[in-house]
Design a protein around this ligand. Structure first.
Ligand code: GLN
Length: 312
């Protein structure tokens, strides 16, 4: 058995060059800010559970986090409710698109925290006496995961709120089932603001590494959520993180991950590292095309597939 390659010695600029020639996919057009994204932007980063960083060119380019926020909203909801969030949201994969208008049959709960219905609910469960206090708690929680003070792109937040018709529909549906207790508009506002948080590949890699390190940010040393919460979150990322592409992802990449329509992917390899890719063009499932290819290469080169039994 050969020894594992060192992630810190890995040439992420070379990987960046290799994936830049891949030109499939299209940028998201749901809001103007996403439609204007640079399709040639590529940033890669990884952070080990010891807190060491390896980053490529482009790793400091900021984009809105979009659905890559969902694991972290779930983590904060689990932490703030003492686990009660697990009774309020399912954990089964849907095999459907991220914004499917569908709740769990029989319970009226959202199917899982990685689809929009689930994230609208988990955002509503984060502590906060009112909408603005809740959004503050979400932003400070996300900042603790990233290890620096993050900011919200207010224009993105406003457009996500205004143009997110399917999210409003889902929130009203959950109200009618009695599973969402916050007002539908407050739930959409909290989720929209969370999606509009600006991050770069380095931030996301630290966030993924925090989950991979049992909830302790390996750069700052802050215990952001408990180890039990981190384990629950990574488990659900593994089965539901890439929506109706989750099975294919797990076979090909084998690292729990979450995609977002800005072209971000955050990966969390337990007890090893967190990694992230930013590249806006998306496939049918809303996953970054170059991000998917890069994740597959990185997983193979660094021996990160969860189910591999040999290192060669
Ligand atoms: N802005 C998006 C929305 O809800 C986030 C979706 C995503 O990244 N898949 O709807």
């Amino acid at each position: 058995m050969t020894s594992r390659p060192d992630p810190l010695a890995y040439d992420l600029d070379d990987l960046r060059d290799r994936i830049l020639v891949e030109d499939g996919g299209a940028v998201d057009e749901s809001i103007p800010q996403l439609a204007e994204a640079d399709p040639e932007l590529v940033g890669l980063a990884l952070v080990t559970v010891d807190g060491a960083l390896n980053a490529s060119a482009g790793a400091d380019a900021r984009v809105s986090i979009q659905s890559a926020v969902k694991p972290f909203l779930f983590a904060l909801a689990l932490q703030d409710t003492g686990g009660e969030a697990l009774d309020r949201v399912g954990i089964e994969p849907t095999g459907e698109a991220f914004d499917a208008i569908k709740l769990e049959s029989g319970t009226g709960r959202p199917p899982n925290p990685m689809v929009n219905a689930g994230a609208l609910l988990t955002a509503s469960l984060v502590d906060g006496a009112d909408a603005s206090a809740r959004s503050e708690r979400i932003l400070s929680g996300l900042s603790a995961f990233a290890g620096r003070q993050l900011e919200v792109d207010e224009e993105v937040a406003e457009n996500e709120h205004l143009l997110g018709d399917r999210n409003h529909a889902l929130a009203h549906l959950m109200r009618s089932e009695g599973t969402l207790t916050l007002s539908a508009d407050d739930a959409v506002a909290a989720y929209a603001r969370a999606c509009a948080t600006l991050v770069d590949a380095r931030d996301l890699a630290v966030m993924g590494a925090t989950l991979a390190s049992g909830g302790r940010n390996p750069v700052t040393g802050v215990q952001v959520v408990s180890a039990a919460v981190a384990r629950d979150v990574i488990s659900v990322m593994a089965t539901c993180g890439v929506y109706d592409g989750s099975g294919r992802w797990m076979r090909q990449v084998g690292i729990p991950a979450k995609s977002g329509v800005s072209g971000v992917i955050v990966l969390s390899a337990p007890a090893r590292l967190g990694a992230a890719i930013v590249s806006p063009p998306l496939d049918e499932q809303g996953t970054s095309v170059r991000g998917h290819i890069a994740s597959e290469i990185l997983s193979a080169d660094l021996g990160l597939h969860s189910f591999q039994t040999r290192s060669d």
